[in-house]
Each structure stands twice: as structure tokens, then as C-alpha cells.
Design a protein around this ligand. Sequence first.
Ligand code: FPP
Length: 242
Amino acid sequence: MLLKKNKEIDVNNIPKHIAIIMDGNGRWAKKRGLSRTMGHREGSRTLKKIVEACYKLGVRYLTVYAFSTENWSRPKEEVDDLMKLLLEYLKNAERELKGKNVRIRVIGERRNLPEEIVNEIERVQKNTEHIEGLDFIIALNYGGRQELVDAVSHIVEDVRAGLISEVNEDIISQRLYTSGIPDPDLLIRTSGEMRISNFLIWQCCYTEFYFCDVLWPDFSEEHLIEAIISYQGRQRRFGGVK
Ligand code: FPP
């Protein structure tokens, strides 16, 4: 499947950083008369395939929106099931990714997360921190505005401590959860919704957006390749002229 479409893809212009809003799990489940949790479970299977595809294609960073700071307002049962799924994923991550050079990082607010999850995050991050290949970044309990609030608070502390005397773009970028990670080149959102929903709001300043109608559990390697081909057809100007 990859090979067929690979003919059209420019292997020399693979986006370095892809961000994904994995939307549509609930609708996918509803269409089949299944619970929303089943949709998330299927979405988690899709994610495994997409991580693998990104690795094969030579994407350097993949960031996915797994749970937003707003998602706590969902029914308790759904939140609990999502946390269970995330815990399961983190516990099995190294075994699943064995033989592939994938480093796992988790961004977002640690406060409010169950202790078991925080421990797993720390374990998996430490165990994979030496790996250079694909950086797989999971946004968990993440909100772009909260990230900026945290960054500003750190800056205030640093100014008070006399560590910095001015604020510029680099100073802000360095205090975000994504410090050291380049901004996304391509943001994909599935399920037909066309908004950014508080995801990487600072970092997506010049990111190319790709929206598709496919519900996340149905998203495949082929869809990913279609998104990359669309990205490769764009002229990125970063505010200048070409
Ligand atoms: C949005 O679909 C999806 C989420 C809020 C959760 C995304 C989580 C996963 C794909 C599961 C696993 C992730 C990891 C890292 C293991 P929605 O439920 O809002 O769908 P809807 O708009 O159709 O209701």
C-alpha cells in the first residue's frame, strides 16, 4: 500500500514534524452501535499504524492530541476509559515499538493526572530518551492556552530571579512544553472538523493545515500519504514572497 502511493510522494520533502488531531472516534462508534470507548480503542489501533508509517516515511516528530484540558468535561465513564487506554498504551509502548527507533515524550499538565499514569510517563520517557529516530509526542491533559500561561509564569519567575531581562519569541518558545522541538510543518485533523481546538496554538503559526472527512479509526497509511502529498504541493512563504 505504501509502495503504490510512495511513487507520488517526494521522499526528499517529508514534513519534519506532523501534528494530528485524531477526531471522530465517537462518531465512528455510534455509526456501528458501539460505545464511545470502543471508538477510542479502535482509534488507538489506528494510532499504532500511523506511528509505524511515520517512522517508515522518515518523519522526525509526530505529535498527537490524545486528551485535552477540556476533555475532563466528558462523562466520567468515558474519561476513566480513556485514562485506562492511555495507561495500557504507555505500559506496552516499548514492547509494541520494539526494533523501531521511537522515542516517546508526553506533553501537557501533569497535575490532575492519575499517579499511575504520571509514573508510567516518567518510566517510558526515561527508557526511550536515548533513542534517535522518530520522536513520538503524546499531548495528554494538554491545552495550548494553559501552556502559554505556564510559560508566562516561568518567564515572570526568571525575570524576578534576574535570569532574563527581556522577553522575545525564543524566550517564550523555550518555556513551552515543546521546548527544543521544531514547530509542526503539517497539522492533520480528521472527521471534517476545521478548527484547532487549543492544540499547539503558538507552534502552529506557519503550519500547513490538512482537513479530511475520514473518521480517525478509519484513517490509514494511504490517507497519511495523501496528506503529505497535499503538503508537498503547497508553497510555504512564512510571510514572505516566492
Ligand atoms: C476525539 O474524538 C478523540 C479523543 C478525544 C481521544 C483521542 C484518543 C485516542 C485516539 C486514543 C488513544 C490515544 C493514545 C495515545 C493511546 P471524539 O471522541 O471527540 O469523536 P467525536 O467527535 O466523533 O465524538
